[in-house]
Design a protein around this ligand. Structure first.
Ligand code: HEM
Length: 495
């Protein structure tokens, strides 16, 4: 093809592209977009946005952008034009209007690794069906009848392995606890067994890839994670086949009570859907809770007064149990853990395990005079609201007592906290509110119960949580413990 022929051939495409760009620009000027900057071509401001920062702050990028443009600004992130919201009202509005004005929209790489049937990426009817299954599996009734006991067993298993004066990673221990719990509850896997340990090993590689840059190149964590994903799926599929064979043979046993048994009996999901559901629940229910427990251990050691108050609460519960001759925690004991709930809320507010959510606008939306054009990415940054000094007094200060004037449902009775508790959204909100929020709080409470009753702990090396933006302690939160059985505490207390 000659040079002039090539020009004639390409000219229509170039002209249409130009027309498209002009039309898009004209459309954008029709909109009253929030202020902001779109950064570099293609890259936008993604690198600045993802730069690690202390988890108890909103990071330099957010700080600078909020002070320059306000709490709602435009940017270009993850390769798309984006509206970022640090505005409590807009965040609520976005989450409440899921499916109507906005829709969950995680980057493609998340679907690539968690699977196309993962709850995090599904929308519409299929999301609803999967959500019903998850809610059923994590229902209030199951928490009371099955999970509380299991949570306590797994807590004691981990804590009983802690040796006097030994140094270990509190973050790894918390991960062990939440992984064992989920593996048991999802597939009846027993902790410590070779197959569970093998799965845990693959899972660690898998997780490194989930949180890494999605570069599918030889040697990258993403590529390794894709490999681990297929090993994990093969493992789950094998468990599934064994279970189907058992069910066909009429062998009914306790295992049928786990998630695997439940979906096989009560749903008509395909094998591929079941595998992605199990993998995504293992992911959703393991990482977030373990980081939250590590954060609680971290915040508490720096606040002796809160440990003292926790001890008083848990010693009282423990004494009452001894008097009645009971040994295991029950639901009434859990309900008595009021100050513990304040500690949990404060840990989630200050630590912000999930910092922002991914959405896109389904329609042109107008909010507070600004336009959010259809198709744009929208990021409700929940951490920015939790650390907003106009909503929370001294937001960077760990203060569980700020939650004490809230009633049982979290609605506050004091005026300044009234605003804040309305905007406390560590578990998201609307139709995609975290399905495991109650389990997460139960795990944290039971863990804290046995921790404060039995141990005194200190940090052996300075470490702090960073947002990468996934929250992690770079040194694993190394702690040293001293055994402090609560009986001796009671003696001191009464002397
Ligand atoms: C402190 C611990 C936890 C935190 C902070 C947390 C946070 C969240 C958040 C913010 C979302 C909403 C995501 C979005 O809207 O895009 C979510 C969704 C979800 N979480 Fe959690 N989570 C925690 C623990 C758990 C646990 C223990 C489970 C149990 C398996 C779980 C299962 C789920 C599921 C299934 C969803 C998807 C819900 C849906 O799309 O309908 N989470 N979580």
């Amino acid at each position: 093809m000659s040079h002039s022929e090539l020009v004639v051939f390409l000219l229509p495409s170039i002209l249409s592209l130009l027309l498209l760009v002009i039309l898009m620009q004209r459309k954008q000027t029709r909109f009253n977009l929030p202020p902001g900057s779109t950064g570099w071509p293609f890259l936008g401001e993604t690198f600045g946005y993802l730069k690690p920062y202390s988890a108890t702050s909103i990071g330099e990028f957010m700080e600078q952008h909020i002070s320059r443009y306000g709490k709602i600004y435009k940017s270009n992130l993850f390769g798309e034009p984006t509206i970022v919201s640090a505005d409590a009202g807009l965040n609520r509005f976005i989450l409440q209007n899921e499916g109507r004005l906005f829709e969950c929209s995680y980057p493609k790489s998340i679907g690539g690794i968690l699977g196309k049937w993962s709850m995090l990426v599904l929308v519409g009817d299929m999301h609803r069906d999967m959500r019903i299954i998850s809610l059923n599996f994590l229902s209030h009734a199951r928490l009371r009848t099955h999970l509380l006991k299991e949570v306590e067993n797994q807590t004691l298993l981990v804590l009983s392995s802690w040796k006097e004066n030994c140094t270990f990673s509190a973050q790894d221990e918390a991960k062990k606890f939440t992984f064992n719990l989920m593996a048991k509850h999802i597939m009846s896997l027993d902790p410590g067994k070779p197959e569970t340990e093998q799965l845990k090993k693959e899972y660690v590689t898998f997780m490194k890839g989930v949180v890494s840059a999605p570069l599918n190149l030889p040697g990258t964590p993403y590529r390794k994670a894709l490999k681990s994903r297929s090993i994990i799926l093969k493992f789950i599929e094998q468990k599934m086949e064994e279970r189907i064979a058992k069910m066909k043979g009429g062998v009914e046993n306790l295992e049928d009570d786990d998630l695997l048994g439940w979906v096989l009996k009560h749903s008509n999901l395909s094998t591929e859907q079941i595998l992605d559901l199990i993998l995504s629940l293992l992911f959703a229910g393991h990482e977030t809770s373990s980081v939250s427990i590590a954060l609680a251990i971290y915040f508490l050691q720096a606040c002796p007064r809160s440990i003292q108050q926790l001890k008083e609460e848990h010693v009282q519960i423990s004494r009452a149990k001894k008097l009645s001759g009971e040994t295991e925690l029950n639901w009434d004991d859990y309900r008595k853990m009021e100050f513990t709930q304040c500690v949990i809320s404060e840990t989630l507010r200050l630590g912000n395990v999930v910092r922002f959510l991914h959405r896109k606008a389904l329609k042109d939306v107008r909010y507070k005079g600004y336009d959010i054009p259809r198709g744009w990415k929208v990021l409700p940054v929940i951490s920015a609201v939790h650390l907003d000094s106009t909503l929370f007094d001294q937001p960077q200060h760990f203060n569980p007592w700020r939650w004490q004037c809230s009633n049982a449902r979290g609605a506050s009775t004091s005026s300044s906290a009234a605003t804040s508790s309305n905007y406390f959204m560590p578990f998201g909100g609307g139709p995609r509110l975290c399905a495991g929020s109650e389990l997460a709080k139960l795990e944290m409470a039971v863990f804290i119960h046995h921790l404060v009753l039995n141990f005194h702990w200190e940090l052996v090396d300075s470490d702090q949580a960073f947002a990468f933006p996934f929250v992690d302690f770079p040194k694993g939160l190394p702690i040293r413990v001293k055994h402090q059985p609560h009986d001796s505490y009671i003696e001191n207390d009464s002397s």
